[in-house]
Design a protein around this ligand. Structure first.
Ligand code: PMP
Length: 379
């Protein structure tokens, strides 16, 4: 096992290292406020107050006004609650749903389940060669019985950024359609129009928070069918005893990350530009699959198998991904890179470098030099 401080970690879209301040908040809260926030005794009430404070802090930090927050175990659960919870609750209004073909499996599989077991109909919008949805395609796909549109803010494999503001603008003319966005890879990294979204989902561990923390934020007036029934916690939308310390850690992570969006963006843009210039300069070896987002740089290897390159990098202390870590074991081909119109060969051989404010230009220079050696040495 390579010791954590000796590695170059460039897999921040898979998960990030927890911020010590966030961990500190978690530990302190866990020690002091361990009571069940549903208990009526004093420690229970104190825990409950802290939980509500964390909830308010997150809503305030994101500047949303008409929304409420449901704490979840992460983006997977939040996406499932938004999509299945909305579609099943409003089946009588219409049976048609719209999403894109590059969503994370936590969205795609929820839609597939609705098609397979509940007879709902789903349109999967294509993306252009930059991985972005065309608002005109969305407009053309809307039917009289469309009830939900779910389009991710930032793609987790190639980093493409969807025009959420334009989409929300279009959907204003369709008041019966709810607009959900999986903002997991955009939260705290780029500015997003949270107030224009009916629902959005995210995870704490992608922003230097803790695993198993996350939330769905939704307009108060949006009704959902809860997926977890029980004691009625979270306004009856997500039963189960809350983890107050996780909620507090999530509020802290969002606050810290959000306060440095611009500063981090500038720093990471410089590092990303250096890497992208290198990749573009060696178009005999690589093809770039990502464009506008400095946080995620995806390229295909043209002469060597990407999985072998990624393993070789790992054995030399540099951590990147091939396809997405979420489903790397099952699916060796990137459906996202295929959706950009690329060949099977390119989609099989993707490397994803995903950055954080913790990374430096020196680390990227080291990555490039090790990568070049690996490409030379591999048979
Ligand atoms: N959506 C996106 C865009 C993601 O990148 C991820 C994590 N890979 C998820 C959802 C799922 O997040 P989690 O595993 O934390 O539930």
């Amino acid at each position: 096992m390579i010791v954590a401080n000796r590695i170059i970690y460039l897999d921040n879209a898979a998960t990030t290292k927890v911020n010590p301040e966030v961990l500190d908040s978690f530990n302190k809260t866990k020690n002091l406020y361990f009571a069940n926030p549903g208990s009526i005794h004093i420690p229970g009430q104190e825990a409950s107050r802290l939980l509500e404070k964390a909830r308010e802090q997150i809503l305030n930090t994101l500047g949303v006004r008409d929304h409420e927050l449901v704490f979840t175990s992460g983006a997977t659960e939040a996406n499932n609650l938004a999509i299945k919870g909305y579609a099943l609750k409003h089946q009588n209004r219409g049976k048609h749903l719209i999403t894109t073909n590059i969503e994370h499996p936590a969205v795609l599989e929820a839609f597939k389940q609705l098609e397979q077991y509940f007879g709902l109909e789903v349109t999967y919008l294509p993306v252009n060669k930059n991985g972005v949805v065309d608002v005109n395609d969305l407009k053309a796909a809307i039917r009289k019985d469309t009830i939900l549109v779910s389009i991710m803010a930032v793609n987790n494999e190639v980093g493409s950024i969807n025009p959420l503001h334009e989409i929300a603008n279009l959907l204003k003319s369709y008041p019966l359609i709810a607009f959900h966005s999986d903002v997991t890879q955009g939260l705290g990294k780029i500015e997003l129009p949270y107030n224009e979204l009916d629902m959005f989902s995210f995870s704490g561990h992608k922003i230097h928070g803790l695993n198993s923390s996350g939330a769905l934020i939704k307009r108060k007036k949006i009704e959902l069918l809860p997926l977890l029934s029980g004691g009625g916690q979270e306004n009856n939308l997500r039963s189960g005893t809350n983890d107050v310390a996780l909620a507090v850690s999530l509020a802290k992570a969002i606050r810290l990350e959000n306060s440095k969006i611009r500063e981090n963006y500038v720093k990471i843009s410089e590092i990303a530009a250096f890497l992208k210039n290198y990749i573009a300069s060696r178009n005999d070896l690589y093809e770039l699959n990502s464009f506008d987002n400095p946080y995620i740089i995806n390229f295909s290897t043209l002469t060597k198998k990407a999985s072998v390159v990624v393993e070789a990098l790992s054995s030399r202390g540099i951590m990147v991904s091939s396809v997405s870590a979420c489903h790397a074991k099952e699916e060796p081909i990137s459906y996202v890179v295929k959706a950009l119109g690329k060949s099977d060969n390119l989609a099989h051989n993707t490397v994803r470098v995903s950055l954080s404010y913790e990374n430096s230009l020196d680390e990227i220079k080291e990555f490039i030099s090790v990568l070049e050696n690996i490409i030379k040495e591999l048979k």
